[in-house]
Design a protein. Sequence first.
Length: 245
Amino acid sequence: MEALRKNSVAVIISTAIILSTIIAAGTFAYVRKTPASGGVVSVTGSRKKEIRSDYAVWRCEYSAQAETMTAAYAEIRTHYDNVRKFLIDNGISDSEIRQLAVNTYSVYERNYSGYTTNRIEAYNLSQVVEVRTKDVDKVFEVSKRITELIDKGINISSYPAQYFYTQIAELRVEMIALATQDAKDRAEKIAENSGAKITGMKSAKAGVFQITPLYSNEISDYGINDTSSIDKEIMAVMNCEFKTR
């Protein structure tokens, strides 16, 4: 009885080691037999590729406050002229600059108790300037330097730039094909090791498709679409079943 117990423990440990090795290698596969058609190998295939963003969207915002709406708006217009000049002087073309709507809100006076009254004390106006360009490196540099305008009396802030890859639809098709081929290669090796042969694909289902920063280990069931990095990594996963005999 003691020998039987030791043998059972040894089998469990061996099985655990095998499964751990498979998981560490990034492959999940299993073979099952079907009475009518021989066997089926279920495999997860994946493929990664480095890509570089080819389009950027970046925004900065400035504000002005004055006792009258007219004075506040005049200051906003001056701010825009200075921001636009800064952008053009730093390599952004005029056609890539968009002036968005001015946002306005009233600043109400507070009484001695700290409560807001109905009397308007000032007007605060803010405006966003947006840059859309294919020159992602230029945006990266300019977005870091825009706050230099604070020295000119402009209350300005910069939003994080967003970087996109515009050929993602075409690349998605290519990556799915590569991930499917990877699944097939894995299935063939598994079948060969068990003395079987792949005779065709039974089913295929797309798994995670995501874009992450380079060297990221992030994985999400819903996929990730990183827009914070210029250089990215795209990954496609396919869950496939192959018939064997």
